[in-house]
Write a protein that binds this ligand. Structure first.
Ligand code: B12
Ligand code: SF4
Ligand code: SF4
Length: 289
């Protein structure tokens, strides 16, 4: 992680570089930490993969962002889990707010590293966690706790000689096995990057208006991935390969309505419109109204 930060691979995500010691040591996040619990939530659906669904005049929204924001769904469950732990397992003096600290994505936690230790999968060459039976279309969240729990065994790496994700990445953002340079990654460019994109970055964005699934779409283990069965994660109408003209015409009110409780809100309307403009430029398509 330090080498990654030192090489500026985090780009403008300054929050990644704040207090790296904390991010690599759960004991600095929770005093007396003895266990990390890692949980996963599947988000795949029957909808097609990027390459199957794309057509001129349309843009790609990453499949993780077709339903309700996973932060909300996982936080709801983590709260329920915390209540159960306090009621059923914890000693009377246990202070759940201090001793059972959960986070979804935003905590100073290397989620995939702990997930691998916890046996939920292995870090594939695209750096994401892969489960041998379900692929990689799932979210992660963690709990750092002072409770001493019996650990599961780590998963073994099944990538072998495959390099499909590295070969398919449209921008060569996977610069080495398990090392992604965010500054070249379409996910970063369309979601995290603020302000204007350079001409080179606009080209890199390709057909993507929010996020990118290419390295996961080509992974052989995602052939085994099935629909999550989570109703709130099912694709909402108009989010699978949406029309670029429709997106370009969104007002603030229409954006708020269409992307209510959706991860897409993170880009804000201004970011989404910037991406839509880049994709329209890349497609060179003049769309009649
Ligand atoms: C910052 C971030 C990004 C950045 C940087 C991505 C990256 N690969 O680091 C950007 C914006 C680009 C991004 C994109 C995406 N992200 Co993101 N992201 C994060 C976040 C917040 C932190 C990741 C991090 O710490 N990166 C820093 C580097 C240093 O970490 P690292 O790559 O794991 O580094 C390790 C490896 O390099 C490893 N390593 C190095 N060499 C070797 C060698 C061997 C042998 C081994 C085993 C390991 C190893 O050691 C390092 C330290 O552990 C996490 C949530 C979290 N808190 O963890 C979500 C997270 C990783 N993202 C997630 C998702 C879904 C995505 C996207 C798929 C979204 C999309 N569809 O657009 C893309 C995928 C892009 C990709 N191929 O990574 C999920 C992944 C779920 C999963 N199944 O793994 C997470 C866990 C969020 C969540 N809570 O569910 N993301
Ligand atoms: S998300 Fe897209 S751009 Fe980023 S590493 Fe994967 S294929 Fe490359
Ligand atoms: S595409 Fe191949 S190399 Fe990449 S994560 Fe999947 S199995 Fe590993």
């Amino acid at each position: 992680m330090r080498a990654w930060l030192q090489a500026d691979r985090h780009g403008e995500m300054a929050w990644m570089a704040t207090n790296p010691a904390r991010r690599s040591d759960p004991g600095l996040v929770v005093d007396g930490a003895r266990s990390v619990i890692v949980l996963a939530l599947d988000y795949d659906s029957e909808a097609p993969h990027t390459q199957e669904a794309m057509a001129p005049g349309h843009g790609w929204i990453s499949r993780y962002a077709w339903g309700t924001d996973y932060h909300l769904l996982m936080e709801r469950r983590l709260k329920a889990l915390a209540r159960r732990v306090v009621a059923e397992l914890a000693p009377p003096e246990f202070d759940a707010r201090r001793e059972f600290r959960w986070s979804v994505d935003y905590g100073p936690v290397l989620e995939r590293r702990w997930a691998e230790e916890a046996g939920l999968g292995w870090q594939g060459k695209h750096s994401l966690l892969v489960d041998p039976e379900r692929g990689s279309f799932f979210f992660l969240c963690t709990v750092i706790t002072t409770m001493l729990l019996r650990p599961d065994s780590p998963q073994t790496d099944h990538c072998g000689s495959c390099t499909a994700c590295m070969d398919a990445c449209p921008t060569q953002a996977i610069v080495a096995e398990r090392v992604v340079d965010a500054r070249r990654c379409i996910s970063y460019l369309t979601i995290e990057r603020r302000g204007a994109l350079t001409a080179e970055e606009r080209g890199w964005v390709g057909d993507h208006v929010f996020g990118c699934d290419v390295c996961q779409d080509v992974c052989p283990f995602n052939r085994f991935s099935g629909p999550s069965g989570e109703e709130e994660l099912a694709p909402r109408e108009g989010l699978v390969a949406p029309s670029l003209v429709e997106l370009a015409e969104l007002t603030e009110e229409a954006f708020a309505r269409r992307f209510r409780q959706s991860p897409v809100k993170r880009a804000k309307l201004v970011g989404l419109l910037r991406n839509v403009a880049a994709v329209r430029g890349n497609q060179g398509v003049v769309v009649e109204k």
